[in-house]
Design a protein around this ligand. Structure first.
Ligand SMILES: [Zn+2]
Length: 339
């Protein structure tokens, strides 16, 4: 109990302004980075560093041998941080906050250091359609914030906490912000889902097909708040799909919710989670399917654990608030305002 309170306090007080920040990797390493914007400043990669103005409105960061170079001049140390009064253009993407160029394995790793709430406003529109009801967007904002803080705790002291790819969460910079995503983030500012006072692993997916899957079956995460719950998304056309396979497939084991866990593919045993990875997540949309010959008829889209986004939409349209929506999908969790 005490340790957890300490963890939360530590997170919030880790910056002088008590603004929770995130370090987000901007794509994979690059050979060369071009940063642009009038009035750029440069300093060390440290919250308390002194920043000095640059004369040029754009800079190029490259790597030669074991060192970083800014406009051809070697940088002492493994990182250099850039700051500006407004957004910075980084290789064509406009981002809020600071940009750090790090000495990567082979090239330059760019990291965006920005306020968590700004990150969320940018990430939300890539995760859930902006047209969804506000209460569903608010639930998504809390889930995304919780997920981000969980990652931050897990990755503390690492060069970055999250990448900006589909594997973690999609961050498209300023271009992905929208008044509705901003409103959903503002309305839930600092709110985090907790279990025993720790931020939970707030997984989510597009549509479960009528019943969510346990964290243990879907992701190998046996957590008390990731239990199967019923969901109203089953009647939506988005929840149904068909797929023709070239191979013969037979389901040999299913989870309690009916999702395939083991299959025979042309007679060879394959773990169902690996099958989805092999066929492709976009083609084999979920593991909840029936087989007829070489045709699969399936339900839902995604791993099925945690919050179902299309289900959240239906619940919001029925008048449910974001607190109740979150309580429905993350069983037994508590909503806490962290800052
Ligand atoms: Zn659902």
């Amino acid at each position: 109990m005490l340790r957890t309170t300490f963890t939360f306090g530590f997170l919030v007080s880790s910056t002088a302004l008590a603004t929770e920040t995130m370090r987000i990797a901007i794509g994979p390493e690059v050979k060369q980075a071009r940063l642009a914007g009038d009035g750029l400043f440069r300093g060390d990669d440290d919250e308390g560093a002194r920043f000095l103005p640059l004369e040029s409105p754009d800079v190029t960061v490259t790597r030669k041998g074991g060192a970083l170079f800014v406009d051809g001049s070697a940088v002492s140390g493994r990182a250099v941080r850039f700051r500006r009064g407004g957004a910075i253009d980084v290789n064509g993407t406009r981002v809020r906050g600071d940009v750090v160029a790090l000495l990567g394995r082979d090239g330059v790793q760019l990291v965006n250091v920005l306020a968590l709430e700004d990150y969320l406003a940018g990430v939300l529109g890539s995760e859930m359609p902006k047209s969804f009801p506000l209460e569903a967007l608010k639930a998504q904002a809390v889930a995304a914030r919780t997920y981000a803080l969980h990652k931050k705790l897990e990755q503390y002291g690492q060069p970055f906490h999250l990448g900006s790819s589909v594997i973690s969460q999609v961050y498209g910079g300023l271009a992905s912000e929208d008044p509705r995503t901003r409103e959903a983030v503002e309305a839930t500012r600092g709110m985090v889902l907790t279990h025993q006072l720790q931020p939970v692993e707030a997984y989510f997916h597009a549509s479960c097909g009528g019943k969510t899957e346990s964290g243990a079956e879907a992701l190998g995460r046996d957590l008390p708040y990731l239990k199967p719950v019923s969901c109203p998304c089953a009647k939506l056309p988005q929840a149904e799909w068909r797929l023709e396979l070239d191979q013969r497939i037979q389901v040999t084991a299913r989870s309690a919710t009916g999702r395939a866990t083991k299959v025979l593919l042309d007679g060879r045993p394959v773990d169902a989670v690996l099958l989805r990875e092999r066929i492709g997540y976009m083609k084999l949309k979920s593991l909840w399917f029936e087989v007829s010959g070489k045709t699969l008829s399936g339900h839902g889209f995604g791993h099925g654990a945690g919050m179902c986004q299309w289900g959240a939409k239906v619940l919001a349209e029925r008048g449910m608030g974001y607190r109740e929506i979150l309580g429905h999908y993350y069983v037994g969790t508590e909503l806490q305002t962290l800052y």
